[in-house]
Design a binder for this molecule. Sequence first.
Ligand SMILES: Cc1cc2nc3c(=O)[nH]c(=O)nc-3n(C[C@H](O)[C@H](O)[C@H](O)COP(=O)(O)O)c2cc1C
Length: 343
Amino acid sequence: MPDSLFGTPFIAAPMAGGTSTPALVKAVHKGGGLGFIAAGYKSAEAMTAEIAATRQLNIPFGMNVFVPDPRQLPPGPEDRALIKAYRKELEPEAARYGVTLPPLRLDDDDAWQDKIDALLADPVDFVSFAFGLPGKPVIHALHKAGSRVISSVTSVEEALAAAEEGPDAIAVQHGSAGGHTAAFLPGRRGQAARTTAELVAQVRNAVGLPVIAAGAITDSAALREVLAAGAVAAQVGTALVRTEESGARQLHKDALGDPSFKETAMTRAFTGRWARSLVNEFVRDHGDAPEGYPAIHHLTSPVRAAASAAGDPHRLNLWAGTGWKQAREGSAADVVREFLNGL
Ligand SMILES: Cc1cc2nc3c(=O)[nH]c(=O)nc-3n(C[C@H](O)[C@H](O)[C@H](O)COP(=O)(O)O)c2cc1C
């Protein structure tokens, strides 16, 4: 039963770093789903340009924004010392490609206020937030501008905090999900729930808001399961990364289909924020990477760029959920249809 808020039970996860594109939004819509673009790592101007390009399609879509973490802007002295030590640890990685690690950047809030101002001036259908809560005034202003708001959470405790601010829905992300955790309460990495459906049921019992389920939803059986647990829709990421319309690097797409990658793990090695990635050499070699997002994201950026240019998947962040083996190639429209036809 399509939910009236989103008009479909299939939502394409916002995927920053180039994966989400207007072409992906279009293909997902063609298949019967709702697409998102992602503002993370972009300037407000680049975000606005992408909204303009997506709007040309004349279809509903959403935009996703990272909420800056006040504890990391700037990091406290202890965290800063750990980040500096990690910079030293990374020097041989940079030397391997003849690149230089940049000085520490400790003040990047991902152009938060400029992005909110731009979204108020030029509203989109849906705005979702990750890594933190946007705050009541921002939600209120977005509502006045005509947007629906989604806050991302990873636990019942976070869902209760999110609900206080009055969003229209909450995206409930389980630990099986690919990419960064949306968690914002300290020490909230592993959840009590074993599966996405179980976490959805827990949150539904605690909070009276529409719930979007995220994490290892790889086929229509998994979609059915989260809908039965009370979700109104699923937010699917990894299953779309290899599609034609995904803007992910070819190296990332190929790694998802490469049987030499055997598992995923949560790692802070690439960005200083826990994220689920395929386990490659970089993940293995930097298992003790400290907390420090986005400082560590900036620190590893030249290494990742050089690895990408060299075609080396072992020094690149290969975001992947635990269901990565089911991600397939082809048009995203066909992938979405397959999910929906099986309902
Ligand atoms: C490559 C990639 C990039 C992602 N980027 C974002 C992002 O920018 N914002 C966000 O809220 N979630 C992001 N996520 C997480 C998704 O919203 C979602 O929680 C996750 O993909 C669901 O699990 P799955 O990958 O197993 O389908 C990303 C996930 C992946 C795989």
